[in-house]
Design a protein around this ligand. Sequence first.
Ligand code: MN
Length: 235
Amino acid sequence: MTAATYLWTPPPVYSLPVRGRSERLPIHRLFFVGRNYHAHAVEMGRPVDKSAEVPFYFTKAPSTLVESGATVAYPPGTADYQHEMELVLAIGAPGFRVSEADAPGLIYGYACGLDMTRRDLQLAAREKGRPWDLGKDVEQSSVVSEIVPMPQAVLSQGALSMAVNGTVRQQSDLSKLIWNIPELIADLSRYYHLQPGDLVFTGTPEGVGPVQAGDRIEGRIEGVGTIALDIGPAE
Ligand code: MN
């Protein structure tokens, strides 16, 4: 068999560091849960009635991944670039139509994440019933800390907070997730064959807001770790 050759260098394998390991975690897909904290759903003008609704998701390309500690340019096309601090779940085993009882078997670990968002473009798309891609699938907008291995561990509580230039903006607790970790895994696996290297950003609490060039974001999740991001000038 002849090895394939390519017109140009293929894209890299996107990956993240893993605490305590020299091997990196190769990324497959990036999933994001829409409204998963009541207070954030209310601040976005779309309260959630869990008894009558199911979770919803959007995706970003793995090429949007950025490691904690990076400096990223203020992105083009927006005047309202916003932070969303989130718990990130790393899938470590395949699963399709998984029950909530079996869902923990898919868990590799967790990380801190920032789902950076062009809010003006997201809301304009939402109002027109258009896709969110320009608002969400932003280059360098999926910021993730090192992955912390916690095989089969269900995180159900832990303080989550983030600050901009030292001023606290978002503060909540993982116990306030509307759909918890097993519920999210079971639900998402109804639509996708989940694979090792899939990351699930589990949603942001209230307090989302804009950043400016020169701002420094710092966040932490109790029992997981910390994350940081510097916003540079626009290109
Ligand atoms: Mn988000």
